[in-house]
Design a protein around this ligand. Sequence first.
Ligand SMILES: [Zn+2]
Length: 280
Amino acid sequence: MPKQRRRLTGLFLICSLQAQALVIAPINGGIAAVTLPDSDSRPQVSYLGHRVLVSGHAPHWRAIVGIPLDRPAGVEHLEESSPIVQSIAFTIEHKAYPEQHITLSNQHMVDPTPTQLLRIHRELKEETADFALFDGQEPSLSIDHLPVTATALDSAFGLRRFFNGEERAPHSGLDLKAQEGQMVTTPLPGRVVLGRELYFNGGTVIIDHGRGLVSMYCHLSRIEVQPGQILHAGEELGRAGHSGRATGPHLHWSMSLNDVRIDPALLLSDELRLQLGLDH
Ligand SMILES: [Zn+2]
């Protein structure tokens, strides 16, 4: 992939996916678009053990692959299982994300008790199972309205996080500035798979958009949807708040592809990227 290597940031725009503008960034925390060998039927492909979204029309197909934040630069492999069993290589680059230091007054949000840890692990298992869903129709990969009306980010995706000086998991979503009680809507149509209070995430809604694209909204003060409910784009899912591990009201928004949390900003329309002051 010489074209990708030439660019230091590894970022470039493609507009040919269902006429959608999607920023393809083959980096840790980003998205790779991998051209698959021609085939009359839609190939079935997986990456790190998870089914991958395949887009296109016979005979031309492309895998749209979410890349984990902790993947080093180098050669990665997709495993095709149908119609042909083969391994397809692609290259990713490394992005070094900045650090963020956060002070929390509740030390149990940094070092939970054994009982709290049991709850956290149980919830994480459930969350992971929701992110691993691979059902339904091919989703839209282009977002032209934000889940909350916002003109600024609170925290970017991918930051290396230190809570009260202790390093914890990096920031796996985007934080949008929001007022307590501000309406939160789904940016894409989908089916609600979780809607309840979790330890770190607070009031949480998870939505399955289809074929491995799943979104999550956290720290909500109110949840207005039930699991199983089908939502249209723009429909309300709850209200913003500061429940769980949050220093103030904001909306934490995660997007996941093939069970990998990716930078939601990569799915935003050019207009929204400009509105939020993002440089890609
Ligand atoms: Zn967040």
